[in-house]
Design a protein around this ligand. Structure first.
Ligand code: DAH
Length: 346
């Protein structure tokens, strides 16, 4: 039996050496070690041997079996390595060639400022509200106390959509301001309210360095019992101080907007000269920032709110102007030019 085993070992070793593919190795494994394989059938005879013989043949057959397994494994590894080597020889891969740089996108500077504004107002308990960019004439004008023959309409020349609304809401316009969302939100949620409305607006403007026909505003509205312009002053000073990360003062001047009474213009202290006077603030020490005022009773009424019980203030500012001051951009037309040399700087 010992001889038989030695013969078998030799035969297996030679077969493994001659094998060229892993399939061949697989067949060899079955032939010698499989359930019906040659080694297995020899081992079946061990039970008929004497105890002395068993002591010799047992360990020997085990060694032979393990030897064959090991040889099969290293032959397999060798065949695989050769296959990879052959594949690499066929492929050309220049590891010194420069890679393809992938550009990582980022948030547009206007959206960055908008998110910052939203975050700051969020911190003061304001909700972000939204409204349609194609608006009815009613929400854009009449509801805001600007009837059809009102001279204030001249300030906001706009684009009309060539389609009529079915009901009292009149023609459709590209909204000229975010103020219509004041009424929409009052109608929907009632009082009290604390919202800001960032959004796109449109005007029939001749474009230049500070005018675009398509820009963004942020509307603000706070309605509750016992609200005055003092609250607005505090909120805006806090907002601008947080945004510019620098103590900012605000002041009111009288202003006129049909949807507020009294109406004000809000200026903030010039960040460039700290109020001393420079070319940015036209030597006044103040930068004009936004319109605001106490919401007109007619507007509260349009929103379904009882002006005897509730009052509040509203404001509206241009987001592009704010971004331009924040980042030192001197031409509004750059903002939506789509020129990556511009946007990549922010
Ligand atoms: N909607 C005005 C505009 O586009 C800005 C404005 C002024 C909004 C006063 C207000 C406000 O809410 O109270 O010129």
């Amino acid at each position: 039996m010992e001889n038989e085993l030695k013969k078998l070992e030799k035969a297996a070793t030679e077969a493994i050496k001659a094998a060229k593919t892993s399939d061949e190795l697989q067949n060899i494994e079955v032939q010698f070690l499989g359930r019906k394989g040659e080694l297995t059938s020899i081992l079946k005879g061990i039970k008929d041997l004497s105890v002395e013989e068993k002591k010799v043949i047992g360990p020997l057959s085990n060694d032979i079996k393990n030897g064959i397994i090991q040889k099969l494994e290293s032959a397999r590894a060798e065949i695989e390595a050769k296959a990879i080597e052959a594949q690499l020889a066929n492929e050309f891969f220049d590891i010194t060639a420069p890679g393809v740089a992938r550009k990582i996108g980022k948030i547009h500077p206007m959206s960055q400022v908008q998110h910052e504004v939203e975050n700051i107002f969020h911190g003061m308990g304001f909700t972000v509200a939204d409204g349609p960019e194609i608006e009815s004439e009613y929400y854009n004008f009449e509801g805001l106390n600007i009837p059809a023959d009102h001279p204030a309409r001249d300030m906001q020349d706009t684009f009309f959509v060539d389609k009529k609304h079915e009901d009292k809401h009149g023609r459709l316009v590209l909204r000229t301001q975010t103020s219509p969302v004041q009424i929409r939100t009052m109608e929907k949620y009632g009082a009290p309210l604390r919202i800001i409305v960032p959004g796109r607006v449109f005007r029939n403007e001749a474009t230049d360095a500070s005018h675009e026909s398509n820009f963004h505003q942020v509307e603000g509205l706070m309605i509750d019992k016992d609200i005055s312009l003092a609250n607005l002053k505090g909120v805006m000073a806090e907002f601008l101080t947080e945004l510019f990360k620098k103590e900012v003062n605000v002041r009111f001047r009288p202003g006129y907007f049909p949807f507020v009474e009294p109406g004000v213009e809000l200026d903030f202290s010039c960040l460039i000269c700290n109020g001393k006077g420079c070319s940015v603030c036209k030597r006044t020490g103040w930068v004009e920032f936004m319109g605001a005022g106490m919401v007109h009773p007619n507007v509260l009424k349009a929103g379904g709110i009882d002006s005897k019980e509730y009052q509040g203030w509203a404001f509206g500012f241009g987001l592009e102007r704010l971004a331009m001051m924040r980042y030192g951009i001197d031409d509004i037309r750059l903002i939506f030019s789509g020129d990556l040399r511009f946007t990549e700087q922010y």
